[in-house]
Design a protein around this ligand. Structure first.
Ligand SMILES: Cc1ncc(COP(=O)(O)O)c(C=O)c1O
Length: 380
């Protein structure tokens, strides 16, 4: 059987990884500034992560959500403490898109309404509801296009208000920082006003922190810079450091209704072991503070380079979620970074380089990237 050929592939075959480095099948070493789309949080193959999963695998890998699962309770308690939402409850599932589906469904169950407000350039996943709330027409099959979703420009409060006062909406869904859309940041003022309006209009505010969460922004959640408390928060990616897992954090105002949500694989013992290991390592190694510090270093250095180079349009980001918008397509620079300098990066659209490294990236590793990037843009 052949693989269904839907991905653009680099001609690289990986063999192993450790910390912030990947090694290909020939033993060549690469600096990872992409973390597999923001998934690698505590570092590749972290020994504590490996040990906990191995231990759990030997004890009990899987059964069902119909029995008491203390590992889930322990994960929820530790995560709640770390992220500042100990009073919320946790519903575990398997992927970011699935977390968003469940958050949309909870909002609709609670309000009895069905319209959703999303933002231009949003990406919320590939499943039916999540992709309907995604502002990328080519990802939507005719089946997914829904009259229930409206898009308004990010940070445009008047446009959001015009929709929400109609009384037809069950939810607003917004990324803590837009990732696929090009590291676009909602302002604190916008989030505060949006949150207040959602309260008065009885619309559920869903913060999609799937890419911007888990410490990446320099706080556990990017929205915590604004001080708001959303009704629902969705997480995935970094929470499992490569183990596929996701969750919805649900405000205490929601009453759980038996049977309303469910999953076969979500919250399995192995996922709990992975997630709890990630939380423990993040605390032990102070990785949120490291994301903040190393991110600030990169942004400051990139701004310095941008000041003397008109190929660079804008540097955006918080912590270790950084976008470099250029006035030219970035494909050639990214190819040189990868094949000549052995540095993996990501992109958003043709003109934006997106950096999403593991949160344990050191200043020395960051400085290496900055020096290489400086050279490349000088000689482009
Ligand atoms: C903000 C955001 N939401 C949702 C998703 C979908 O997550 P998944 O691919 O795990 O379904 C992604 C993935 O890139 C994302 O960046």
């Amino acid at each position: 059987m052949n693989l269904f050929n839907v991905y653009h592939l680099w001609d690289i075959e990986l063999g192993r990884a450790e910390g912030c480095y990947l090694y290909d099948s020939k033993g060549e070493k690469y600096l990872d500034l992409y973390g597999g789309h923001a998934v690698i949080s505590i570092g590749h193959s972290h020994p504590e992560f490996v040990r906990r999963i191995e231990q759990q695998l030997n004890r009990l890998a899987f059964f069902t959500n119909s029995v008491i699962n203390r590992e889930q309770e322990q994960y929820a308690a530790k995560l709640g403490e770390l992220c500042g939402y100990a009073d919320y409850s946790l519903f575990m599932c398997n992927s970011g898109a699935e977390a968003n589906e469940n958050a949309l469904k909870l909002s609709s169950f609670r309000t009895g309404k069905k319209k959703v407000l999303a933002f231009c350039k949003a990406f919320h996943g590939r499943t039916a509801g999540a992709v309907a709330a995604t502002d990328i027409p080519q990802y939507n099959a005719p089946f997914n296009c829904s009259d229930n979703v409206r898009f308004v420009p990010l940070n445009d409060m008047e446009a959001a208000k015009r929709e929400l006062v109609t009384g037809e909406y069950c939810a607003v869904i917004i990324e803590g920082i837009q990732g696929v859309g090009g590291v676009q940041i909602p302002t604190d003022d916008f989030l505060q006003k949006l949150s207040a309006l959602c309260r008065t209009e009885n619309v559920m505010l869903i913060l999609d922190e799937i890419q911007s969460g888990c410490g990446r922004s320099g706080k556990y959640f990017a929205h915590q810079y604004s001080g708001i408390r959303p009704d629902l928060i969705t997480i995935a990616k970094g929470t499992g450091n490569g183990f596929p897992m996701a969750s919805v954090l649900i405000s205490p105002e929601f009453e759980p209704v038996k049977g309303s949500l469910g999953t076969t694989f979500g919250g399995a013992y192995l996922a709990c072991a992975a997630g709890t290991a990630v939380v423990d390592v993040m605390v032990q190694e102070n990785l949120i503070a490291n994301a903040s510090k190393t991110g600030r270093f990169i942004i400051t250095e990139l701004e310095r380079i941008a000041a003397g180079n008109n190929l660079i349009k804008e540097i955006r980001g918080k912590g270790l979620m950084i976008g470099v918008e250029m006035n030219i397509p970035v494909a050639d620079i990214r190819r040189k970074l990868l094949f000549e300098h052995k540095i993996f990066t990501g992109s958003s659209s043709t003109n934006i380089i997106r950096l999403l490294p593991p949160l344990c990236l050191t200043e020395q590793e960051a400085a290496h990237f900055v020096a290489v990037f400086d050279l490349l843009v000088k000689h482009n």
